[in-house]
Write a protein that binds this ligand. Structure first.
Ligand code: ADP
Ligand code: ADP
Ligand code: MG
Length: 672
């Protein structure tokens, strides 16, 4: 290790910043983090040796501020900048500026990025290098008549793609010539607004497409190798959801053909550092060495790089640092191992039941499994318990990565990992991911990019609340459960005493209803919960970190976590939340300021649908809030009369009052 850096700056946030910092620490390299207002208390800031505040919360004021980031590197004595992925990672102008400032960019040259930056030019280049590219038109002409006639020559269905595209944007599948003009117009508009470039190419739409990509690595001494393939066919809206390595059912011939083409592509641009060659594969007749085509090259570390690390046992960030410092690749092609099978799932704060609407929230409870059945688990995350998923950035909570000896074991390990991931405070896609891992077609390796869409109805199903969850919430609300300091039930529960009251009233809010319960203490760990029409005797013990509640039809192990509205009951693979309603407090609120609706997140009031004085019905849309580029309807929680409402166009903070209802009559209040 001759010229290894002594200090680097990481121009990113979240899990990837944490990931890079970990490897730097392992190698004894100092780390500098950068952060925005919203990230002042973020994990990556806490982990780094030093941190520099860059600017406001929006990415244009912070993580995209190339000038300030470079200045921060100079000011802190960092010698090199790691860009992570996204943000400035594929911006050749940034690379030029880094180099001009006398710093090292940990990644490829600006020229390599430019060569691969536009999909049309990249395809022309790859064609010349003898790499198979998707049949289609990637020339200069952009007139409708020319593109439409090219589409006819290619044969429908075709895919219109923005040449500057990324993240699945500016892409339209067209099934017939009649739809071509309209699809072209809309692809162009989207491309113009997302990338400021509305030029497109037209490709054959591959039927039964699989996305298989090859990890490549080059150095500054003319070497290039591959680290095998990854299959990323499980996608939603052209975005990866679950990735794995190696690709299911790949044959030695197919792997040889794909990895050869990938290394050829890397060599054609003298590639240095980590890169990924993405191929589209026609799987309609199985995997065939003549049935794959170059789609694009990502000239950076990929989100899903951990699956490659798990099967090779290598640290790709370490390789990036060594190559950037001028060392040759650590291994030759023949020395790179391939062991077992790895799978990664992207865990997001999003609501599958609401069309995968991004969510925000504070992670009041957050626990990942340290071990899994049949394999090993690795968690890549940038958040800790108590951290917030903010509206400013990608709402990824973690990448869950598992490794096992074979694919079936890896899928079981992943299911186990997902079922034992405990999160309260935001909705997540964990149950959706678990359903996907259990899916028969996926388990059989029969994957293609349309699998999720075709089976969406069976993958997005609400998980039933387990018997006993509600009862545990009632006991929690009664104050009779005390967080145990030991597993001794005598210290875990209170209640049975000659002096303590023996009856506790509890009001619990569940979706769509509010119920009053009465809890009676029967013994040290025995209770009776009476609902309006039923009563159940229960036994509750503190057991291995959670509660074990048993009774007629009930045998549940679960944890409780306080959330602002009430309590979350966390059981294997399911989280149920209940509102705890304090009747006195509610009466005070309603009698005082009237009840209000506040903004669940910072945003813009896009439209206001009702006015002061209007009578509204429960469920009626009162206004629409735009946040995180999505529209959220704010609806009336009950019938009532509007006293005040915000103005259209207002920019609101989280918890700003949006709507105030007229005070309820006391008669109405007691009825509730
Ligand atoms: P990969 O190919 O590594 O799975 P992409 O090429 O889709 O990922 O994008 C890489 C990263 O760039 C994403 O993980 C994200 O940080 C950022 N990104 C790209 N497109 C989007 C998008 N539409 N919305 C938010 N972030 C995006
Ligand atoms: P981006 O830069 O947005 O990642 P890509 O060119 O990598 O764009 O394509 C994204 C996804 O779109 C692919 O992973 C694949 O699912 C789908 N796709 C791309 N090209 C084709 C094609 N010719 N036929 C079928 N599906 C395609
Ligand atoms: Mg892509």
């Amino acid at each position: 290790m001759t010229n290894m850096f002594s200090r680097i700056l990481i121009a990113n946030r979240g899990e990837i910043a944490c990931r890079v910092i970990r490897t730097a620490q392992k190698m004894g390299i100092g780390t500098v983090a950068v952060y925005s207002d919203a990230d002042a208390n973020a994990l990556h800031v806490a982990m780094a040796d030093e941190a520099v505040h860059i600017g406001g919360s929006s990415v244009s004021e912070s993580y995209l501020r190339a000038d300030r980031i470079i200045q921060a590197a100079i000011d802190t004595g960092a010698e090199a900048i790691h860009p992570g992925y996204g943000f400035l990672s594929e911006n050749p102008g940034f690379v030029d500026a880094v180099v001009k400032a006398g710093l090292v960019f940990i990644g490829p040259s600006a020229d390599s990025i430019r060569a691969m930056g536009l999909k049309d030019a990249a395809k022309r280049l790859m064609e010349k290098a003898g790499v198979p590219v998707v049949p289609g038109y990637h020339g200069e002409a952009q007139e409708l008549v020319v593109l439409a006639s090219k589409a006819r020559e290619i044969g429908y269905p075709v895919l219109i793609k923005a040449r500057a595209g990324g993240g699945g944007k500016g892409m339209r599948k067209v099934d017939s010539p009649d739809d071509f003009a309209e699809a072209l117009g809309s692809a162009r508009r989207e491309a113009k607004s997302a990338f400021g470039d509305d030029r497109v190419l037209v490709e054959k739409y591959v039927s039964k497409p699989r996305h298989i990509e090859v990890q490549v690595f080059g150095d500054n001494h003319g070497n290039a190798v591959h680290l095998y393939e990854r299959d990323c066919s499980l996608q939603r809206r052209h975005q990866k959801v679950i990735e794995e390595a190696p690709a299911p059912d790949i044959t030695p011939e197919m792997r040889a053909a794909m990895t050869d083409a990938a290394v050829k592509a890397a060599k054609a641009i003298n590639y240095s550092g980590a890169g990924t060659i993405e191929f589209i594969v026609d799987a309609s007749q199985g995997l065939r060495p003549d049935g794959f085509w170059f789609m694009e090259m990502n000239t950076r570390l990929q989100v899903e790089h951990p699956v490659t690390e798990m099967i090779t046992g290598l640290d790709l960030v370490e390789w990036q640092l060594r190559v950037a410092a001028g060392e040759p690749l650590p291994l030759t092609q023949a020395q790179i191992p391939l062991n077992g099978h790895a799978v990664e799932a992207r865990l997001y704060a999003e609501d599958p039941a609401k069309g995968f609407l991004p969510a925000i929230g504070t992670l009041h409870h957050l626990t990942f499994p340290a071990t899994v059945n049949g394999g090993t688990v690795r968690i890549e995350t940038g958040v800790r318990p108590g951290d917030t998923i903010s509206p400013y950035y990608d709402p990824m909570i973690a990448k869950i990565v598992v490794h096992a000896t074979d694919r079936a074991s890896a899928l079981h390990a992943m299911e186990d990992a997902l079922l034992h991931t405990e999160i309260a405070g935001t909705v997540t896609n964990a149950a959706f991911l678990a359903a996907l891992v259990r899916h028969q077609g996926f388990a059989a390796g029969d994957v293609d990019t349309g699998l999720i869409d075709r089976h969406l109805h069976s993958l997005v199903v609400p998980v039933a609340m387990p018997a006993g969850a509600k009862e545990l919430a009632v006991l929690y609300a009664s104050g009779l459960l005390i967080k145990a300091v030991s597993d001794d039930p005598w210290t875990a529960l209170r209640g049975y005493s000659h002096h303590a009251p023996s009856h506790y009233p509890v009001t619990l809010g569940e979706p769509g209803q509010t119920t009053r319960y009465g809890v009676a203490v029967l013994g040290d760990d025995r209770f009776e919960i009476a609902a309006p029409d039923t009563a159940v005797d229960l036994r509750v013990r503190h057991d291995g970190g959670g509660w074990h509640i048993t009774g007629k039809g009930i045998n549940l192990k679960a944890k409780t976590a306080a959330i602002p509205q009430g309590v979350a009951i966390i059981a294997t693979g399911v989280v149920a939340t209940f509102a705890l309603i304090d009747p006195l407090q509610r009466a005070e609120e309603a009698g005082g300021a009237g009840d209000r609706l506040t903004a669940p997140m910072p945003g813009l009031v896009k439209s206001v649908r009702v006015s002061a004085g209007d009578m509204v019905k429960k469920g009626q849309v009162l206004l629409v809030l735009e946040a995180m580029k999505m529209e959220h309807s704010i609806t009336a929680p009950h019938d009532g009369k509007i006293a005040e409402i915000v103005k259209e166009g207002a920019q609101v903070k989280e918890k700003t009052a949006l709507v105030r209802f007229e005070e309820l009559e006391s008669a109405e209040l007691t009825k509730k």
